[in-house]
Ligand binder design. Structure first.
Ligand code: UDP
Length: 238
């Protein structure tokens, strides 16, 4: 597989084209950002840790019957993926209240959400990723009705698999964000799953083990990501 040109440079990842029109290379950088890119830092090993972490989770999801774009790890901070046409929405499921839900609805952080909530956000930095609903998605034709249903269904299926996976390792999956794309007529899970895009708390102490450590300046960001990986049994090169 030959790496060709930069296709997209995101805040934490770079996507490259390859000599295969249906395949891309995803490069996990050490860059970390929060608050729409206002807070930025380079964190040593973050790219490597997230690459291996993402590979582990994507393979678990794939094994549970959730179709993903992930193919294989290529090097320390790179993975081979299918080239999707991304759907410009973010799908968020929450099991416990945190982050924007707490700010928006004035509920207490850590409140158990039963049943879990589902939210769509528009992927648009300039507009600060506003919350949208199914009706907006249809009116502006960001996705078809069938795709909306599939994204919701797959996002909830991920919850069943990952809530259990993290619980077995002594962690609470508080919330997470997924992105989907189209590949040869099918909706596949795209982007990544790492502590950059979810909230994970230690089940006993509720210690934060995710990007909130960076957002809130708590320190020990990569150390926490490595702890999560180690608890799950993800092996990461030294
Ligand atoms: N999230 C993300 N990218 C975004 C916005 C949110 O990965 O652009 C993740 C975030 O890490 C959390 C979940 O989605 O796990 C819900 O985020 P929330 O709406 O609470 O927003 P935040 O507090 O991060 O502003």
């Amino acid at each position: 597989m030959q790496k060709r040109d930069v296709l997209v440079t995101g805040k934490a990842k770079t996507v490259y084209t390859t000599d295969d029109a249906d395949r891309l290379i995803l490069h996990f950088r050490d860059d970390t950002s929060a608050f729409d890119g206002e807070k930025k830092e380079k964190l040593t090993r973050k790219g490597l840790v997230n690459n291996y972490f993402n590979a582990f989770i994507m393979q678990k999801l794939q094994a549970a019957g959730i179709p993903t774009h992930f193919e294989k790890v290529l090097g320390d901070d790179e993975a081979l993926i299918k080239r999707l046409t991304m759907i410009p929405v973010e799908c968020v499921v929450r099991n416990l209240a945190a982050g924007s839900l707490v700010r928006r609805l004035g509920v207490e952080e850590g409140l158990e959400l039963n049943p879990p909530t589902f939210e769509f956000f528009l992927k648009n930095d300039a507009l600060h990723d506003p919350m949208i609903n199914d009706s907006h998605i249809r009116t502006f034709n960001w996705a078809s009705e069938a795709e909306v249903l599939q994204m919701k269904d797959l996002t909830f299926q991920v919850n069943v698999v990952l809530k259990r996976l993290f619980a077995d390792a002594g962690m609470l999956l508080v919330d997470y964000k997924l992105e989907f794309g189209r590949f040869k007529g099918q909706v596949l899970l795209g982007d990544e799953f790492s502590p950059d895009g979810c909230r994970l708390w230690d089940a006993a102490t509720r210690k934060k083990l995710d990007k909130d450590r960076f957002r809130q300046g708590l320190g020990g960001v990569v150390e926490a990501y490595e702890e999560v990986a180690q608890r799950l049994g993800v092996s990461i090169p030294l």
